[in-house]
Design a protein around this ligand. Sequence first.
Ligand code: ADP
Length: 500
Amino acid sequence: MTPAPLPVSDARLLAEELALLIDGATNYAIYMLDPQGHVTIWNRGAERIKGWRQIEILGRHAAVFYTPEDVLAGKPDADLVRAAAEGRFEEESWRLRKDGSSFLASVTITALYDDAGSLRGFGKVVRDITEEKTAETALSRREQHVLSILATVPDAMIVTDEQGRIVSFSAAAERSFGYAEAAVLGRNVATLLCGLDLGGADGSTATLVGAIRMVTGLRSDGTTFPAELAVGETVSAGQRILTAFVRDLTERDRAETRLRELQSELIHVSRVSAMGTMASTLAHELNQPLTAITNYLETARDMLTDPTVRDVADVREALSEAAGQSIRAGQIVRRLRAFVARGDVEQCSEPLNALVRDAAKLGLIGAVETGIAIHMEFADDTEGVHADRVQIQQVLVNLIRNALQAMADSPRRILTISTAIAADDQMLVTVADSGDGIPPAIADRLFQAFASTKPDGMGLGLSICRTIIEAHHGRIWATPALGGGAAFHFTLPRELADVG
Ligand code: ADP
């Protein structure tokens, strides 16, 4: 049933209110076309968006809003035909303003019919969505960018909710852990990372954010890998979301171990070559006075076969020359010692235990894996020595590597490293092993250069150790170790702590 027509005055009032409402919608161009497409009603929004004033546009064909290409293609009329056929349609397409500039428009065209069913015209609502689209495009471009960065980050990325339940698992995470994303969604991240202390009283992940920590990753096949974990936090729609980056350190650890192995080898080799250089310099320099001494002594001996009184004076002179030369030889040795002790050597106060621990780390690379038990027995950590850190570490690396070699074939392999206070303001360091002990054949030449029982040994290590320790005013010696094996001991001047 058709509603009864309103009294004329009420109808005008309503029309005025409607016009106000339409004009108030300034973000929308709202206008009407007659059945042929000419503008019949034009609101303020249309004026603002399209630039045409009402007075200019009334009666003109809607084709003026279309781009030349669209006009050529017959789109203005085609749109009206389509709206008439479908009742209403919406599209996003480029339109023109009065000044010829274009904007991306969201357009709705509605066909309006009267009660008798004949076409009265078209209502059009147009919105400028250029900026909106630009922002949307920028956002999606940024999103694509972030996604492409995340896809190339080699770290596994795991996104969880506040309770640590996995909500997203990156491709790198699938590779690291050996699980497909679907298999872990909803699981707690702690089941993939041991050593992950969720901390919060309610088992929440509150304490994870910020710091980088070491954890152990658990792969689907039950194997583990060392990993570094960094967790970031965001709040989205009132929900806390945590993003965990897990870096698999297996490769890095392997490379580091290899590097340290090489370093320790290098220290060993460079010491050997330094000692080699020193030994040949020593030999060369000492040769001269030794040859002279031999000559003087032989001359003296020959003169004493049948001596005359004059010969005795000559013999005395030859002997005092020989004595002079041996003093020179002594000076050469002292000079070389001083050189070794000085070089780029700097003796200063060093905390002994820390120094020994560092050297042990270096000397023991690869040892733990071969099943050697290591005992450390340390004096008080506050004890210090007056020493050159690098040189003493060289001594320790050398002693430790000798000990490891000595135990290579032993059924029982125990290495003991200890520090203790000794008499006379000295600290004592001992490296003892459970090998076969010092071969008796070499026992009295142990610290001499070129004394070795090893097929590829140079026999320089211990002689260098002695040079270094003696340059530090210390002493080095070997004893049989308790329970078999060898123990090497050396002393260093104890650094007495300042009182006060
Ligand atoms: P190299 O190791 O090149 O032989 P070193 O001077 O370091 O040179 O050692 C000399 C010798 O001392 C070794 O060949 C070995 O016979 C003996 N030696 C050193 N350390 C030990 C040890 N811990 N146990 C048994 N013998 C050792």
